[in-house]
Design a protein around this ligand. Sequence first.
Ligand code: ATP
Length: 201
Amino acid sequence: MPLMIGLTGGIGSGKTTAANFFSDLGVDIIDTDVISHELTEPQGGAIAAIREVFTSKFITAEGALKRKEMRGLIFSDSNARQKLEAILHPLIRAEVSHRVELVSSVYGIVVVPLLLETGQYRDLIGRVLVVDCSEHDQIARAMARPGLGEQTVRAIMATQYSREERLQKADDVILNTSDMAHLERQISVLHRKYIALASRS
Ligand code: ATP
């Protein structure tokens, strides 16, 4: 199995942006958010189970998950959130295991927003890379995307580890506290480090 780096961070911290820079350097990326979307697209692998647990109220006529409605439910009802996670997490994890086998770059990156909270990927990853930024920046960046108001962003943050908890568990940290060039420089340094580590393992 190739060296896999688990990339995590709070909502809006810059995980996708960081992953894209690694991708530009030729690193294979497995993004659990992408897999989650695929599973909840029309006729995706999670739709039948979601329909059974949450009824057709949360499924569009085309057979996709009604994301906005479901987001509204799960961040006001932790029981519902757990039920959705119980459906999605095992399916995502199975797909990640499969895609790790297909990694052909010197090392790979798996992007998991709740990597540390769930502890689910420990056996697949060699190191934890945390993207860190202030909560103020996190909220501003997350809200820059359509559909997410401050209340929803704060509710999502409340379900995630705090900045301090995440940093404590990190092997490596990207400080996404400045501009894109600052981010890119840190990723170049980490890329060299991971190539060196992969060649030793
Ligand atoms: P989520 O958890 O919601 O999926 P994320 O951690 O993947 O978010 P990104 O989507 O990478 O975060 O970044 C959130 C937004 O902030 C994006 O619009 C991105 O372009 C912007 N952004 C990220 N890093 C920086 C930066 N250093 N300077 C300016 N904007 C940034």
